[in-house]
Structures are given as C-alpha cells and as structure tokens.
Design a protein around this ligand. Structure first.
Ligand SMILES: *Cc1c(COP(=O)(O)O)cnc(C)c1O
Length: 431
C-alpha cells in the first residue's frame, strides 16, 4: 500500500506470501535477494547477505543490461521522452522514437531485412515471426505449410507457440502433449562442423518440407536450452537447404544479438541473412521490455498479396515510446563505442579466468564465446549451494541444470570479470 513503510524483512514476507517468481513453486522455497538499487555493474542489496551488501552482476539481468545500470545516457533519454509522452497507441498514430528505432535496426541487421514489427517481449516477437511465416505460405496458396522445424536443445520463450519449439525435454512437452502445436525436430547441432549432421538436417527437411513453413533456430549459441555453441557453418547450410526446399528461415537473435557473441549478430559469423529475425533482451539496454521481428521485403510482399493482406497482430503497448527511447539510446551507445574491442577484451579475460576450472573435480567442460562464459559440470548443480558460493564471492550468478555461466555487462572492467570468474570457480567447487 502507498505510504506504508516496510522493513526489508516485511517486504520479503509479503513477497513469499503473494509474489510468483520465474519457474518457481508457490509458496516459494528459495528466499530471493531484495535489491534496493543498481548502478554500473553492481546490485545494491537492501540488507547484507553473507556479508555482502553489493554484488557484481554476472547475469546482466538475463543478458539484457549490456551497458550496466543507471547509465546516464539512457536515463536521460527516458526522462526526456517522459516529458513528451510515455505512451500513445500505435494504430493510426506513430512517433519519432519508434521510427528512429526501426530505421536503426534495419541499418544494423543483415541487408535484406527491411521491415520491423515492434513487439512487447521476446516471446511475443517469436509469436509474430511464426504468424508471418504461416501467413506467408497461406497467402501463397500453401496453407498446409503450417509447421515449424527446429533442432533440439533450443529455447524460444515461454508463451504457447514459442514453447512448442523449445527443446521437447527441457520444455516439458510431455506435460502438454495434445495442446501444444506439434512441430518437427532435428537432432541437437554438434559443436564442430560435421557433414553428417548437415545430411541429417537435409533429410528431416526434405521429408517434411511440404508441411513446414519455416526453420527457426538460435544461431551459433543455444542459450537457455543449455548454453551450447555450434559452428556458424550450420547457418550457411540451413540457408542453402531452406532455399532449396521452399522453406523460410527464422533466426532468434534475442539472446545473441547486439554484440554478445563477438559479432553484432550471430548471423554475421556466417554472413547469412534469414528471412525473419527476432531481437529483444539487450535491445533497450535492459531498461524496459521491448523486442522486434524483422523481415525481408519478400516476406512482407507475400503476406500483402494474400486474401487477408494484413498482419493481424497489434499489442496494446506496441512501439511504446519510453522503451523505444531507451532502445535508441542503448543502440547509440553500443554503436558509437568500439563494442567489438570491449567484447573481445571480456572474451580474453573470461578465457583466462575460467581456465583453472578444468582442474576441478566435477567439471566436464568450459567454453567461452564473446561475452559468454560457461562452466559445465558432470552433474546438476545444487542451485542454492552454487548461488550462495557466488554471493559469498560478491557476485550474482544464476546457475541452472549442470551450468554455471556468465553473460556480464560490456562495461565490466577486467577486475569485475576476474571476480566473476573467481565466483564461478567457487560455485563450481561447491555445487
Ligand atoms: C529470452 C529469450 C526469449 C524470450 O524472450 P522474453 O522477453 O523472455 O519473452 C526467446 N528466445 C531466446 C533465444 C531468448 O534467450
């Protein structure tokens, strides 16, 4: 209630009583940390935990806060926009922040992507991508092409359609059999390029092409599905195969976009352009929720020449000016700095810092790509123990399954990264 002063303890009791957290049971079993404020790469806690009242954020708030917190440029852009308008509907109205954002996105993504649909979260941008692809084939007189093909081990979001293309095991498809859309799955891509795997993809595609609208994948890095990397040459193979079999290609760059893997977009590792691309997460620098679905002129023309020539989608908060202003400021900051050098520096520091992990018992592998560092255990981590070990080292990490990983903000100093990797080693040793 407005005006009442709560102690941190009271807030946490109310949290436990009423608030559902991601992937959590109700009532909760874990006690979340109460964050009072954040600036730079540091989260300030309302009450000290294991002696720490400040944690270095190794997660960038789920990979979004690439410029850290309370960035003066993004703060000022949002304040300035707030002085004009926080929101207006996007049907029949438009505004400069959204127009600028679309223009910037078209300029920085691979050439043929020309049109931008602004969505309110990554999951919704995937819904829109699927709707574009299915409607494209319906307009072209091929309504039976209404399934999606993906490889196992992926993650595309938590709403219903994205769930159907998440890894069937990790996404608990057995719970939803009969109610989730049935999609087509190829095997998980191997890390190294293997022509046998390309032949496998071709076989699955050839058998199913008549009912497949699009192939959808996370390029180069499978993120929440297991933090696995694969050869960019698979993207070139997918581009050739989808073109040969009359199937569209969708890249989900929600996690990999905006420099995270060492290229501006993961697609750039292979110089490949998909027909549809989704971006989100770091789009607003982690300030506000916004995502975007981009497509080529060919996809837009296909839809426009159909019996229903419109894309029937229009979220209430589409194109939100505050989020668009944050995105414009964040992309401006990214593009005007030497982001490639910063991400390269973080890649080197992560590589050095994680090298000793291979000597630890229980560690199966380590891998680093751009500003992504992963320790994979040979067992599932005890999340509470691993988190506690990281917090004792002054770092916020959120391990899952057998993975202790970081996706730090690009503004992390060498010293910050050294502390993050030390915390990952501590978590790996105890978990
Ligand atoms: C996070 C994520 C999504 C979902 O985005 P939300 O904004 O959480 O809905 C989809 N795809 C990938 C690859 C992601 O990492």
């Amino acid at each position: 209630m407005e005006g009442r002063n709560f102690t941190p303890g009271q807030l946490l009791d109310l949290d436990r009583e009423h608030v559902w957290h991601p992937y959590g049971p109700m009532p909760a079993v874990e006690r979340p940390l109460l964050v009072e404020s954040a600036s730079g790469v540091r989260l300030r806690l309302a009450q000290p935990v294991h002696g720490a009242d400040e944690l270095i954020d190794g997660m960038s708030s789920w990979w979004a806060a690439v410029h850290g917190y309370a960035n003066p440029v993004i703060d000022a852009a949002i304040r300035d926009q707030l002085g004009r308008m926080s929101h207006v509907m996007f049907g029949g109205l438009t505004h400069e922040p959204a127009i600028r954002l679309a223009d910037t996105l078209v300029g920085m993504t691979p050439g043929p992507l020309r049109h931008v649909f602004l969505a309110d979260s990554g999951s919704v941008s995937i819904e829109v991508a699927a709707k574009m692809c299915l409607q494209y084939w319906r307009s072209r007189g091929r309504p039976e092409k209404r399934h999606l093909l993906t490889w196992r081990g992926g993650y595309h979001g938590d709403t219903w359609l994205p769930m159907s293309v998440c890894d069937p095991d990790g996404g608990m498809h057995h719970l939803w059999r009969g109610s989730l859309a049935e999609q087509i799955f190829a095997d998980t891509p191997p890390a190294e390029f293997d022509t046998a795997y390309v032949e496998h993809l071709e076989e699955v595609l050839a058998v199913n092409a008549g009912r497949v609208a699009a192939v959808i994948v996370e390029p180069v890095v499978q993120n929440a599905g297991g933090m696995r990397f694969h050869s960019p040459r698979y993207l070139s193979a997918l581009r050739e195969l989808t073109a040969a079999h009359d199937v569209l290609l969708v890249f989900d760059e929600i996690a990999t976009g905006f420099g995270r893997t060492g290229e501006l977009f993961a697609a750039d590792h292979a110089g490949v352009c998909p027909d549809v691309m989704c971006v989100g997460k770091a789009l607003t620098g982690g300030y506000l929720t916004m995502a975007a679905t981009l497509c080529t002129a060919g996809v837009a023309d296909g839809i426009s020449s159909g019996e229903v020539p419109v894309l029937a989608h229009g979220p209430t908060f589409m194109g939100n000016p505050l989020a668009a202003a944050a995105a414009n400021a964040s992309l401006g900051l990214l593009l005007e700095q030497d982001w490639r050098a910063e991400v390269g520096r973080i890649e080197s520091r992560l590589t050095e810092g994680l090298a000793p992990a291979l000597g630890l018992p229980g560690v199966r592998a380590t891998r680093v790509l751009g500003a992504i560092g992963v320790i994979q255990l040979d067992h599932n981590a005890d999340m509470a123990t691993a988190t506690r070990a990281a917090v004792r080292s002054g770092v916020w990490l959120r391990p899952f399954r057998d993975l202790i990983y970081t996706m730090p903000p690009y503004i992390s100093t060498d010293d910050d990264i050294a502390r993050i990797t030390a915390a990952m080693l501590a978590a790996a040793a105890e978990a």
